[in-house]
Design a protein. Structure first.
Length: 272
C-alpha cells in the first residue's frame, strides 16, 4: 500500500515538473527600455511590437527577439578632404536609438547589429559631402555651421533606416602635418609683425614727443626774449627775488638747516 502511494506521488511530481518546464519555456520577459519582436517559424517576423513585461509564446515555433531602444552613444572616426585639398580627421559622436515601430523591418533588413551596419557608412557619406564644401580654415571658424549641416543631413539619412539621432557633435577635428606646420608658421609671422609694428609706433611716439618738447623750449625761449625786451633789468630782478624766496622756504623746511645767519646771501650777486 505504501509502495503504491510513493509511486503515485512520484508520477505526480514528474507530471508537475514537466508541466512547469513547458510553462516556463512558453514565457519570456521584456525588460524596461526594451521592445520585443516575435519570429514565427511558419509566418516569419511578426509586425506586432511586444512591450515591457512577461509574455507568452509558442515554444519551438516562436522565438522572441529583444531590442534595446534606449539612447546609446557611438563614436565614428572619418578621414576626408576639405575644399582646399587638406586632409581632415573628424570624429563624430552620435547618440542614437531605434524607432520602436520600425523594429520588425530593422531586424529583417539589418539584423541586431544594425548600428554597426548603418551608422559608419552614412556618417562617412555625409561628412565627406559637407566637409568638401569648406576650406580647412573655414572648418575652424565656421564650426557651428558645419555641425548644424551635418546634424540636419545625418538625421535625414538615419530616418531612412528607422533610426533616431538625439544628438550629433564633432568631438575631434585635426588636420594633416603640413597644414598644422603652416598654421604655426603663420602664427609666428603674425606675432613678429605685431612686435615690429609696436616698435615702429613706439619710435614714432618718441619722435613726436621730442618734437613737441623742442617746440615748447623754442616757445619758452621766445617768450623769455620778449619779456627781456619789454621789462629789461626789472624782469631779471623779479626772477632773482622769486628764486631767493623759493630757496629760503626750502631751507627753512629742511631738518639739516639749524641756523641761517642774518644778511647771508643765498644767491650769488648778479652784476648790475
Amino acid at each position: 500500500m505504501a509502495a503504491q502511494l510513493f509511486n503515485r506521488l512520484g508520477q505526480l511530481g514528474v507530471g508537475v515538473a514537466i508541466a512547469g518546464g513547458v510553462i516556463n519555456s512558453a514565457l519570456y520577459n521584456v525588460d524596461g527600455g526594451h521592445r520585443g519582436v516575435i519570429f514565427d517559424r511558419f509566418r516569419g517576423v511578426q509586425q506586432d511590437i511586444v512591450g515591457e513585461g512577461t509574455h507568452f509564446m509558442i515554444p519551438v515555433v516562436q522565438t522572441p527577439i529583444i531590442f534595446d531602444i534606449r539612447a546609446r552613444p557611438k563614436n565614428v572616426p572619418t578621414v576626408t578632404g576639405s575644399k582646399d585639398l587638406q586632409n581632415v580627421n573628424i570624429t563624430l559622436r552620435v547618440l542614437y536609438r531605434p524607432l520602436p515601430t520600425a523594429l520588425p523591418n530593422i531586424y529583417t533588413t539589418l539584423g541586431l547589429d544594425y548600428d554597426d551596419r548603418v551608422l559608419p557608412s552614412i556618417t562617412n557619406e555625409v561628412l565627406k559631402a559637407i566637409v568638401a564644401e569648406f576650406d580647412a580654415s573655414e572648418l575652424i571658424t565656421q564650426r557651428e555651421i558645419v555641425s548644424s549641416r551635418v546634424n540636419t543631413e545625418l538625421t535625414k539619412r538615419a530616418q531612412q533606416f528607422g533610426l533616431i539621432l538625439d544628438d550629433i557633435s564633432i568631438t575631434h577635428l585635426t588636420f594633416g602635418r603640413e597644414f598644422t606646420a603652416a598654421v604655426e608658421l603663420k602664427q609666428v609671422a603674425q606675432q613678429e609683425a605685431e612686435k615690429a609694428r609696436f616698435l615702429v609706433e613706439k619710435e614714432e611716439q618718441i619722435k613726436t614727443a621730442s618734437i613737441i618738447s623742442a617746440e615748447g623750449d623754442t616757445e619758452a625761449a621766445s617768450l623769455l626774449a620778449t619779456a627781456f625786451n619789454k621789462a629789461g633789468e626789472g624782469y631779471i630782478e623779479l626772477r632773482r627775488i622769486e628764486t631767493a624766496e623759493e630757496v629760503a622756504t626750502s631751507l627753512s623746511q629742511s631738518r639739516n638747516v639749524v641756523y641761517l645767519p642774518h644778511g647771508q646771501q643765498t644767491l650769488l650777486s648778479l652784476p648790475q
